[in-house]
Structures are given as structure tokens and as C-alpha cells.
Write a protein that binds this ligand. Sequence first.
Ligand code: MN
Length: 227
Amino acid sequence: MPLIAVTPCRAMTDYLESIHRVGGETRELQLDSDTPADIIKQVDGIIFTGGGDVDPALFDEKPHETFSASEPGRDQFEIELAKLAVAAKVPILAICRGMQVVNVAFDGTLVQDIPSMVNGAVDHAVAEPRYVIAHEVWVTKGSRLGSLMKDQMEEGDTCQVNSRHHQAVKKVGTGWDVTATAPDGVIEAMERAGQPFCLAVQWHPENFWRTGEFRALFEGFVNESKK
Ligand code: MN
């Protein structure tokens, strides 16, 4: 079975369940004992999980008043891991904060606070229950995301998602392509060409493991990690 590394976070269960349900084994990474260079050699795929905000000093900005830091050392750990994984073509699925940190790893920037910085923003902070639908996203035709989600989409390009974020990708990192946006223009997914599997989503597909709406994303990821 493919071994999937999962970066440290406070709500681990749903990520682990989502991988186990599609035939993957999991390894929860530890900031104090794991090193990115070793992990790359030991695992078949990596999930970058949700969590606190990426330090805006990493993209040369001062923190917005809503800034809420992540675990000490996590930014640096995940940035190094993302760069090494792409270089080694290790499959990546990045979720919420995970999408933001991999974007910063490739010199991208972030909208630090959607409600105060995006005109006409839809509500991207719908917390409970975790799997409640918050808004739709429009998916780029011909993208990996579009092909994985084809059976779940409405009108060929629209997908209903949950949403629990106050930040988003602003300047897209080098080598990444945007493959989904919300109706207010907020970037909701991106992917890299030339990789076995390299997909980032701003919503939380892992919260749907009981009902399976996003099973295809995890299935596609784990299947590529097998090779
Ligand atoms: Mn959203």
C-alpha cells in the first residue's frame, strides 16, 4: 500500500480516514523529529494539511490584524518539504493552509484577510458543520481537478464546496496554474503540470469521507502515489 505522509495539524482524523478509505497507509509527520530530506525518501505521497496562517514575512508583508500564527517551525518545515517534493516528483495534495504554504514556497503571495480585502466576497468562513456547503467553485475544463471531479460537477464545470478560510492565494507561485475560482474571484484550486500528481485546493475535501463527495480526489492522489 502507498505510504502517505500527513503534515502536523490539530484536526488529523479526517485526513487519515480519507486516505485509509482509498487504500493508503498514513504517517503523521512530527516537526521535532522528522526532516524533509528524509521524508522525501521514505514516503510515496504527501498531504499538506490545514492550520494557522503562514507568516507574511515570508512574502515580505507585515501581518494583518487578523494574523493567527501556525505552530512554531511549521512554515519552514512545509516550505522545504514542498520544494523537495516537487523536485523529486513526489505526489502532493495540499489542502487549505496547505495550498497557501505551497504557494509561498514557490514565491507566491497571499490575500491576508478575505473579508476586509476582497470586495464583494462570498462567505468563506462557514465553520459548522465541517461538511456544510458554503459556495460553488468554477473548475477549469481540461484540468486534473476537472477530470477527477467530472461525475460530481454541475453544468460541466461547477462544484459545491465547504469553506473555512480567511486567507487565499494572491500572486500565484511560479509553475502553478489556477484551476478553480469562487464566484468572487478568490482562487480555490491550483495544480502543477509535469508532475505525477500536484494539486492544491482551498476547501476541505477530507471532511466528506463519510459521504464520499470528494473521494475521487483522494483516490486519484493515492493511485498516483502507488506508481
Ligand atoms: Mn472558499
